[in-house]
Design a protein around this ligand. Sequence first.
Ligand code: ADP
Ligand code: TRP
Length: 323
Amino acid sequence: MKRILSGIQPSGAFHIGNYFGMMQKMIQYQDESDLFCFIANYHAMTSLSEGPALARGTFEAAAAFLALGLDPAKTTFWVQSDVPEVQELTWVLSSLTPMGLLERCHSYKDKVARGIAANHGLFAYPVLMAADILLFQSDVVPVGKDQKQHLEVARDLAIKFNNAFGDTFVVPEAEIDDEVAVIPGTDGQKMSKSYGNAIYIFTDKPTLKKAVMAIVTDATPVEAPKDPDTCNLYAITRLFLGAEERAALRERYQTGGLKYSDVKKELIELIWTTFAPHRERWDHYLANPGEVLRILEEGAEKARAAAAPTLADVRKRVGLAYR
Ligand code: ADP
Ligand code: TRP
């Protein structure tokens, strides 16, 4: 069975773009692979410097994954900093990483270009990410397009290490799903928590209503036929519909007489009922944080046990285990 590994940063509440773009897919993998899934809180530190916010975000990210259906009995699910061994591997890999390799990374260069103060953590981010992947001998790493170059760094470092010290690491494959469309936000741009255009999964109904009502639509008159394929409201609504319901909605668009405000009202109910069981579990975990913490403790133990043989082998090969 293939080992699939991925991580998500706990940098804010999750929206339906996160769910349809990443989380749902990860949760489906738990039935067909040896899934390793973690909350990348060390990585989040490169852009978040408030301790309480990071701690709360980490807990809520874990609760969200569990509420959305991640099953800790089928997966290895943990918080990155609960397996600090990954930092030792980061150092070992750092010593093999040419500066030029990191200097070429777009995500670092983009952040610097956007005026985000460059700290060493941001620069070294891909090395920590490589350590996440290699420590667990991952075969496949599903990521968004923006992470493609980081996967190349991980592959480069695995090959470099294997050449220098003998076969140690699985060379991981990136899985970049070009099919997963970018989910648009209420203004039609990519949905993102940084753009103020997100529809959040765990929210109260008035807030949900407000977000959906704010979805931008065009000025086509009610009686005129409309094109679902250029409609932002359709692009979001379709995520919550099966094939037949999609066809029926398309038909309503194309025959004319459709009111966008009716579709919005339907969408509010669709989102509200789709996530009803998840919301119930979310409320449960928030009221019973001890349950989440226990799951994370067990997850960390499983992850540590999986990491131990690789780290011991690395220490021996590089000469850290000198006795
Ligand atoms: P945000 O843009 O809100 O800060 P992140 O960059 O933290 O979101 O993304 C976390 C995960 O969710 C990534 O795997 C990313 O590919 C996915 N994701 C985020 N926004 C979208 C979107 N609008 N459509 C599809 N996937 C998304
Ligand atoms: N950098 C990834 C992101 O922002 C999160 C991440 C950290 C990750 N370590 C990873 C993803 C290892 C895959 C594998 O989306």
